[in-house]
Design a protein around this ligand. Sequence first.
Ligand code: SDX
Length: 427
Amino acid sequence: MGDTAKFIVEGKEVESPILKGSVGPDVIDIRKLYAQTGAFTYDPGFTSTASCESALTYIDGDEGVLLHRGYPIGQLAENSSFMEVCYLLLNGELPSAAELDGFTRTITRHTMVHEQLSSFFKGFRRDAHPMAIMVGVVGALSAFYHDSTDISDPVQRRISAHRLIAKIPTIAAMAYKYSVGQPFVYPDNKLSYAGNFLRMTFGVPAEEYEVVPAVEKAMDRIFILHADHEQNASTSTVRLAGSSGANPFACVAAGIACLWGPAHGGANEACLNMLREIGTPDKIPHYIERAKDKNDPFRLMGFGHRVYKNRDPRATVMQKTVREVFDALNVQDPLFETALRLEEIALNDPYFIEKKLFPNVDFYSGIILSAIGFPTTMFTVLFALARTVGWVAQWNEMIEDPSQKIGRPRQLYTGPTQRDYVPVGQR
Ligand code: SDX
């Protein structure tokens, strides 16, 4: 591709520079286009728009590639740990053993929340959706940490990042405990990040909670698979909120709110509910037809992706993890067979082939989480738990970018042109 793009607007020719990344599509830098032509570009849904420069995560949708700071997701899922991936996303390089140990210790020692935070939960009904609780409680965290909300101070940004990564599992577990009427379980610093989360969620004061190593590893791997994903809707929400100078706790709360949508992180909950509605494999053709029917709002939840057009590499790892968890817990779930059959049928259906629809990261996660014992309403909470490191890493990258300005898109206005007010007696 050349190094400039030419536009001709009402006979006037203007040139815009083409910028190249280290890999992936070039971008046409249109920052001066409105000043040069008086016209905006138009891209609702941002299907052709790069909103920022980033060095965190690279996705190749055609090849099904996902890299975090250059490392393929499959290698990280196989060989790394969520704490190591957090360090990598925040710092850009894999840690030495000593660096990883120090980072893990820092996160471990921030897992406790202010005791006053427990009072927030009492305002919710017991049957409140845990995502509603997460939005509220995480947003309120800034009320407790005035010493780390000066976003111009890199030290305070770092402390906030550590606090959010460390406390999100504690708050997530508290949201679950509140919903089942059980007492909150305090963090245990002897446990791993995933093990601590499992104990805070499923442990009870009356007995010792035994962390099952295979489940702990599956949980850690699920966190890795959900850690970051370029400029998805919730990350873009965090960046936009952060561009106004809002504190990181408020920005992450905004990200949680966006992630909740069934087209985004809410798809894992919606997918399991869909599999339950389908029930047995013989009902699959009926639902496939519904998904293809333009007049039917039904979509196959857990299928399709804005970027991946061949396969979501995370779904591949997720499917493998299902079997490991099932073997470790000696569980059988007929929904897994239904899911495998649904995937097989959908991937051979001309409509899905033409639309390039296939399982995404949300398709199998619900089955695993259900097998581990999480209720469906907790699935997106776990997505938010894992994505918090991506949100804070992307937020910090944006704040550190000297060229960053407040995000303020324009519009194509199609409303009424100016007209005079008519008194009510004359209408
Ligand atoms: C996540 O962006 C990210 O990176 C997100 C994420 C992350 O890690 O942050 O990867 C996490 O959100 C994964 C996606 C989870 N969502 C779902 O599983 C919900 C079901 N999927 C769809 O809603 C949809 O596929 C989206 C939202 C994921 C993608 O939507 P796009 O890119 O805007 O595509 P589209 O809606 O324009 O669909 C293209 C065509 C349409 O048909 P036409 O209008 O062209 O005729 O495909 C059809 C759609 O009707 N289609 C589906 C479908 N998804 C798209 N048809 C049936 N079932 C589906 N699931």
